[in-house]
Design a protein. Structure first.
Length: 91
């Protein structure tokens, strides 16, 4: 079973929290009554939540597809793909 399937409930909970944070930010900006600090804090919270989601998926992926993968060729292929995703994420 894939790690994203096995951890589906936890990952979906994280995504739903991010959606809630993004909705709160949209409301703050739409109403225009919030100060800049509150908006910046909300953006920082969203970024932290997205980073946490990314870290959780990467951890599961590395464990399942690299550490536990018996075939060297598959590990090498997957490593290249994961490294590319991480590089693009960090840009």
């Amino acid at each position: 079973m894939a790690h994203t399937v096995r951890d589906k409930a936890k990952l979906l909970a994280r995504v739903r929290r991010i959606q809630g944070q993004a909705s709160a930010l949209e409301k703050q900006l739409d109403e225009g009554g919030e100060d800049c600090v509150a908006i910046l804090q909300q953006i920082a919270a969203i970024r932290g939540a997205v980073n946490g989601l990314m870290a959780a998926v990467i951890e599961g992926h590395l464990t399942e597809h690299l550490v536990n993968e018996p075939e060297l060729a598959h590990r090498q292929e997957d490593l290249a793909v994961v490294l590319q995703v991480i590089k693009s994420y960090l840009k």
